[in-house]
Design a protein around this ligand. Structure first.
Ligand code: SAM
Ligand code: SF4
Length: 333
């Protein structure tokens, strides 16, 4: 009944990212406008529906599942979904279950996440300066995030720090952030800002190409390209002086679409075959139309058959500022 997902370009899809909520307790300047309008709750899939949806994808060959958002840990009862999905780790069907989080709720959930078989998490931190942290996240509290990181470390979770490189905001903190990460045993992944959704600011002002960042790090460090892979699009280097790893996610300067193995589902059950394209498939309709999963499998197969070759993001003052209208918090980073 279910068959593996292979797209028209021969790429096997085995990685699913699910945005479990579009809501968040932060308002990061590159991600959201301050006065965001969120989806009415009735449009959002229930936790049971999310479980069914994820399980169908696992049946169809997904080996790595990342829960994201919005902020996944602010979704009510999110731990019941994570606990339930962990059965696929126990059965061996799923290789990895993980989350991307802003860390604000980690102190509360770290032990339980580890107990559910989660081994690694991504925590997004753009600056270690409490004042600047407040400016970038608008509503965030760095102290709480640091408590969360400590709790996660003590629970035995490996932590990868995600940092969006922002021109004139945190570019001079990248090297100190790398040193802090490596001293504490964390990988650091740097991300270029992508033109997703209307925000209150000009993205051209925020955009910092990572080839410049790499050159800046290389002024005082020796960087060795390594084949390390985590299933995502980051290219990693090892920093000889610190012994740690830095990943570069460069959707703008270096397109990595040729090896794309992933698709994304929003909290309303829309399947996006590419983060940078508008085409989607309504899986909520297929889920709700019948109790059997047949329609769902059909809808997934049809959608994978339309997975595009790649995105075409451009950040340029002479072009419209937004490549796709959805915010990252809708599609899930
Ligand atoms: N709230 C969680 C968090 O911040 O980690 C999970 C969702 S967030 C949308 C996932 C990742 O996307 C974060 O690392 C965030 O920094 C990144 N992100 C958000 N908007 C982005 C944009 N326009 N360009 C590049 N990265 C973005
Ligand atoms: Fe929230 Fe994450 Fe977006 Fe920041 S990046 S506003 S924490 S969803």
């Amino acid at each position: 009944m279910s068959q593996p997902m292979i797209d028209p370009f021969g790429r096997t899809v085995n990685y699913l990212r699910v945005s479990v909520t579009d809501r968040c307790d932060f308002r990061c300047v590159y991600c959201m406008a301050e006065d965001m309008t969120f989806l009415p709750k009735r449009e959002v899939l229930s936790l049971e529906e999310l479980d069914r949806l994820c399980s169908a994808f696992i049946d169809k060959g997904v080996r790595k599942l990342r829960l994201t958002g919005g902020e996944p840990l602010v979704r009510k009862n999110i731990m019941s979904l994570i606990r339930s999905l962990s059965r696929h780790l126990d059965s061996g069907a799923l290789e990895e279950l993980t989350i991307t989080t802003n860390g604000s709720q980690l102190a509360r959930f770290a032990d339980e996440l580890a107990a559910c078989g989660i081994k690694r998490i991504n925590v997004s931190i753009d600056t270690l300066d409490p004042q600047k942290f407040k400016t970038v996240t608008r509503w965030g509290d760095l102290g709480k995030v640091m408590d969360g990181i400590r709790a996660a470390r003590e629970a035995g979770l490996a932590i990868k720090v995600n940092m969006v490189a922002l021109k004139g905001v945190n570019e001079h903190e990248i090297v100190p952030m790398m040193q802090w990460c490596h001293e504490n045993g964390h990988d650091l992944t740097l991300i270029e800002t992508m033109p997703l959704g209307e925000i209150n600011e000009d993205r051209t002002d925020q955009y910092l190409p990572l080839d410049r960042v790499r050159a800046m790090i290389a002024e005082n460090h020796t960087l060795e390209d390594i084949p390390y892979k985590t299933g995502g699009p980051a290219r990693y280097v090892k920093v000889r002086e610190t012994g740690g790893r830095v990943g570069f996610i460069t959707p703008m300067t270096h397109n990595f679409c040729e090896s794309c193995n992933r698709v994304r589902v929003t909290c309303t059950g829309m399947l996006y075959m590419c983060l940078g394209q508008e085409d989607n498939a309504d899986l909520r309709a297929a889920l709700r139309a019948s109790e059997s999963d047949e329609l769902l499998y059909q809808a997934i197969d049809e959608a994978i058959g339309r997975k595009p070759e790649g995105h075409d993001f451009v950040i340029d003052r002479n072009r419209p500022q937004v490549a796709v209208s959805r915010h990252m918090s809708v599609t899930g980073g």
